[in-house]
Each structure stands twice: as structure tokens, then as C-alpha cells.
Ligand binder design. Structure first.
Ligand code: SIN
Length: 531
């Protein structure tokens, strides 16, 4: 294929990417939307909880949502980003309703769920499959636009960038993208490139994320020289289903919002020893409490007790979770659900301004891949779909008709394969993948120490060297691209964690058990050294 120039190249099909595409397509400009599996494979699609927003003004206020977000974020949220998201929430939820999203209602209007760290009921949801309903509606809307071209089964390998001669700054011009079916890498050139590639959960052995969450956009942006921040703040969801076949199925925090209580095997409660909000405390507190209790007792899990609620209520409010648990022999109306924490959300990411533009011009990052400053050291539950919508829209406003006369598309080079050959050693890829995920879980997990982080740093340096040798020798495959990306992300998490010598939010260090506001009430920025 020869190069084709688009106005906008969107990489990723979660809520942020789809909402950007819909908003920009209204202008008539051309959009190429690429996604590495199907349009349905994303963290957004799996979201159970919903969208946090002030939707009942008789019980809730913007200030209350702002305060809850700031409290969860442990002192380092950016107030401007928090206000932007909170204040745009109600309007955007209404826009979704107009697009056709079927949120759950009761006799008083929208039914609002409650989750950890929220002082009010304010989560708009569609049963316990909010992401599914949201993505279904957005995909239908995207498909109505003739100026949006969709390519599935394509994985972006690297960004195409150039230097602007006038300002000496970098700008983005699209991406090299691997067609997973043919193995061919094509270049897709665009006036604006939008990373909407989601999170990084697959860096860890246990995660609530789907297989696609390999930090591709984050790794590509970092390799291209974009600023990245706060990668030490990986959020662990306190409750994923503990069962050998469950593959980290999430047990939504909304269950605790309906009064679910965390217990030990003995039936004893424990959260009262950790926080006044008990089982509904912010996620960092709950995940750390569970980790501590499991270490103390030697048990493999703790339990979430929902038996105070009737079977009818549970089946109506949580149909998907009820069914899934039942398929593993757990009737949650009768027995407690065995749960463990799992890597869930990347609070840091590619640094963006209020329009979602990164430190590389014409490169945008929206949704989980971005660092907007909203989440601080611990994201408040259900603030992420909200952030994806807000910044998807902001980025579209900025990107429309956004073209600079220095943008030189004739300069882009073909993808070169050099002397690469077909690998007969794919086991190297699967081994390195497994090794990274295991040491990240053991050494850079919920509780960290200087010693464990140093070990992780040594390991990642070795594995990175092996991956680099392999990468330049053989034709690339989707697995290799993802492995290279999770290795880059792992290194960013480790380096950021080493540099923060305190405990805050989801960064918990045994060597520095307290917050140190004098030195660390700030973000951790990383930019790739120019070699
Ligand atoms: C959940 O339903 O517990 C997840 C919601 C979120 O991560 O925001």
C-alpha cells in the first residue's frame, strides 16, 4: 500500500477513541480508526461500575465530587483537570442518553450506584455491564459516519514523527501499523495522531484487564520522546474473583456500594481496623488492607459477603456478576465470594494539556493512556469513563482543522525490514512475557521495597537487552510488539517507583511508610534520554 493521508488517525477503540471519532467526524474531516483486535476489545467494554457524575442535585454537589476525587488522589490531583471533568460530567451523561445509552433507571429517574471513596450515590450505570452498553452505542454511532474508516486486527508498532525546522519541536505524522493477518507493516500518515490505546494491566501477572491492555500507546509515545508521568501509581482493584478458571474476573466495587462486607475466612470483618469508611474506603486502602490480611493469615483470598441482600435484588442489580460467579459454583445470595486484588488501572501516562495534546505537537493522548492530572496517586472509582469522554471531546475540539504548514508528509519513510528473518524461537517471546509479569507482580506490586525494586530493575534491564536483540533480528509479530511494549512500561513503572521515596496512594514502600509532602507532593516526570 502506498501512503494515504488522513486528517486524524485514532489508535484504539475504547470510550475515548470512539467519542473522539464521533465528535471530530461531525466536521466532515477524515478519520482512520485502527484497533488491534475488534472494536469490542477494550478496558472500556469491560467496565462494570459506570460513570461518576453529579446527577442528583438534591443530594450531591460538584464540590463534593471534587473533594472525593482529591481525597482519593492523596494530595497530587491537578485541580483544573478535576474541575474540568466534574463540571462536564452531567452534560456528557445526557449526551450519551441522547445517543441511546440505556442507563438503569428507577421510579425517580437515573439509578445511581455508589463505589469506594464516594460520599454520595453518583455513578450512572447500565446494570453491571455499563461498558458493554456504552461501547455498543458508540460503535453504532461511529458506523453511521462515512468519513470514519475502521481497520480491525491492526497493531501500531511505532509513531512517525519529524522535527519542525522553525520551532525545533517534534510533531507527529501518523504511525507504522502491522496488519496482524498478513504480517505487513504499512505507514498511515495523518495530520493528527490520537492515542486512545488504554491501559497497561498485562504488565502484571494478575489483572482485571483484557489481553489487549499492553500499554502500546504509552510505550510508543515514550519511545518517540513524549513526556510521561506518575507511572508508579498503578491501581490494584481490591476485588477480582479468586478462582483458578476465572482469569481475574472483576467483582465490581458497586457490590460494596450496596452494602457488601469484606471478611476473612473465619467470617471476621477487618476493614474497620483500616478506615472509617470500612469496606467502602478508597481503593488503595482496601487493596492494601486485603494484602496485609492475606499475608498475616497465609490465606489465598478474602471474602465479600453479599448475603444480606435477596437473590432477586442481586440478580436484578448485578446480573452479569451473579451469573459469572454461579458458573463457578458460587451463589452469592448464599455464600461469600472469594476475592483477591488485581492490577486494574494506570493512574499515570502520557502527559497532556487540557486539550489532550502531548508534548509532541499533533500527538494527542486520551483515556487511560493519558496523564491529565485527574487521578493523582489513586483514581476515584468510575472517574475514568468520565475522563475518556471529557478529553475525547476536548481533543476533538482542538484537532478540528488543526494543521500547521510545517507538516511535511512527503518525508515519511517506508517501514524497513533490513536483514530480518522469520524467527523459529518464539518461545523467547513467551518466556520473557511471563518473566516480566511475574517479577512485576512480586517486586513492584501492592507493597514495594527498595530491595525488591532494585531486583526488578536488574531483571528488566536484562530482559530489555534480550528483547532488543530479538526485535532487530526477526520479522515482527503482534506478540513481539506487545512484549516490547510491556517491557518499556515495566521499566517506566520501576524507574518511577524507585524515584519516589515515600508512600502515597497506590505507591506503598516499606522503607518509607509515610507521605513526605516536603519532597514528594509532586508528579514524577520521565522523558526518554536523547541518544
Ligand atoms: C468497578 O466496577 O469496581 C470498577 C469501576 C472502576 O474501576 O472505576
Amino acid at each position: 500500500m502506498d501512503k494515504k493521508i488522513y486528517d486524524h488517525l485514532v489508535i484504539g477503540s475504547g470510550v475515548a477513541g470512539l467519542f473522539f471519532a464521533i465528535n471530530i467526524a461531525k466536521s466532515g474531516e477524515s478519520v482512520l480508526l485502527v484497533t488491534k483486535r475488534s472494536l469490542w476489545d477494550s478496558n472500556s467494554f469491560n467496565a462494570q461500575g459506570g460513570i461518576a457524575s453529579v446527577l442528583n442535585s438534591s443530594i450531591d454537589t460538584y464540590q463534593s465530587h471534587i473533594d472525593d476525587t482529591l481525597n482519593a488522589g492523596a494530595g497530587i490531583c491537578h485541580l483544573d483537570a478535576v474541575k474540568l471533568c466534574v463540571e462536564n460530567g452531567p452534560r456528557l451523561v445526557n449526551e450519551l442518553i441522547n445517543l441511546g445509552v440505556d442507563f438503569t433507571h428507577n421510579e425517580n429517574g437515573l439509578h445511581l450506584g455508589k463505589e469506594g471513596g464516594h460520599s454520595q450515590r453518583r455513578v450512572a450505570h447500565a446494570g453491571d455491564i455499563t461498558g458493554n452498553e456504552l461501547i455498543k452505542t458508540l460503535v453504532e454511532a461511529v458506523k453511521k459516519y462515512k468519513n470514519i474508516e475502521i481497520l480491525e486486527d491492526r497493531i501500531a508498532v511505532d509513531l512517525i514523527t519529524s522535527h519542525c525546522k522553525q520551532s525545533k519541536g517534534k510533531y507527529a505524522m501518523g504511525a507504522y501499523i502491522l496488519d496482524k493477518k498478513t504480517g505487513i507493516v504499512n505507514r498511515y500518515v495523518a495530520k493528527n495522531t490520537i492515542l486512545a490505546t488504554g491501559g497497561t494491566g498485562k504488565v502484571y501477572l494478575y489483572t482485571s484487564n483484557p489481553d489487549v491492555a499492553t500499554g502500546d500507546g504509552l510505550a510508543m509515545a515514550y519511545r518517540s520522546g513524549a513526556d510521561v508521568a506518575n507511572m508508579e501509581f498503578i491501581q490494584f482493584h481490591p476485588t477480582s474473583l479468586y478462582h483458578p478458571q476465572a482469569k481475574s474476573f472483576l467483582i465490581s466495587e458497586a457490590l460494596r456500594g450496596e452494602g457488601g462486607v469484606l471478611k476473612l475466612k473465619s467470617g471476621k470483618t477487618f476493614m474497620e481496623n483500616y478506615h472509617k469508611m470500612k469496606s467502602l474506603a478508597p481503593r488503595d486502602i482496601v487493596a492494601q488492607a486485603i494484602d496485609a490480611e492475606m499475608k498475616k493469615s497465609g490465606d489465598d483470598c478474602v471474602y465479600l459477603d453479599m448475603t444480606h441482600l435477596s437473590k432477586e435484588f442481586l440478580m436484578d442489580r448485578f446480573p452479569n456478576i451473579y451469573e459469572k460467579a454461579l458458573s463457578f459454583g458460587i451463589d452469592m445470595a448464599i455464600t461469600s465470594i472469594p476475592v483477591v486484588p488485581a492490577a486494574h488501572y494506570t493512574c499515570g501516562g502520557v502527559v497532556v494539556d487540557k486539550n489532550g495534546e502531548t508534548s509532541i505537537k499533533h500527538l494527542f493522548a486520551i483515556g487511560e493512556v493519558a496523564f491529565t492530572g485527574l487521578h493523582g496517586a489513586n483514581r476515584l472509582a468510575s472517574n475514568s469513563l468520565l475522563e475518556g469522554l471529557v478529553y475525547g471531546e476536548m481533543a476533538a475540539k482542538k484537532a478540528v482543522n488543526y494543521f500547521d504548514d510545517y507538516q511535511e508528509f512527503d518525508d515519511t519513510r517506508h517501514w524497513e525490514t533490513g536483514n530480518a528473518t522469520t524467527s523459529e524461537e518464539a518461545v523467547l517471546v513467551s518466556h520473557a512475557w511471563d518473566e516480566i509479569r511475574r517479577f512485576m507482580w512480586n517486586y513492584v506490586g501492592i507493597v514495594r521495597s527498595n530491595k525488591r525494586l532494585r531486583r526488578a530493575k536488574n531483571r528488566i534491564t536484562m530482559v530489555q537487552n534480550e528483547i532488543n536483540q530479538y526485535y532487530w533480528k526477526y520479522f515482527i509479530t503482534s506478540d513481539l510488539v506487545e512484549l516490547r511494549n510491556i517491557a518499556t512500561v515495566a521499566e517506566l513503572i520501576i524507574d518511577s517507583a524507585i524515584s519516589r521515596k515515600e508512600s502515597r496512594g497506590f505507591h506503598v514502600m516499606v522503607d518509607y511508610p509515610n507521605k513526605n509532602d516536603n519532597s514528594f507532593k509532586r508528579d514524577t516526570y520521565i522523558r526518554r534520554p536523547i541518544i
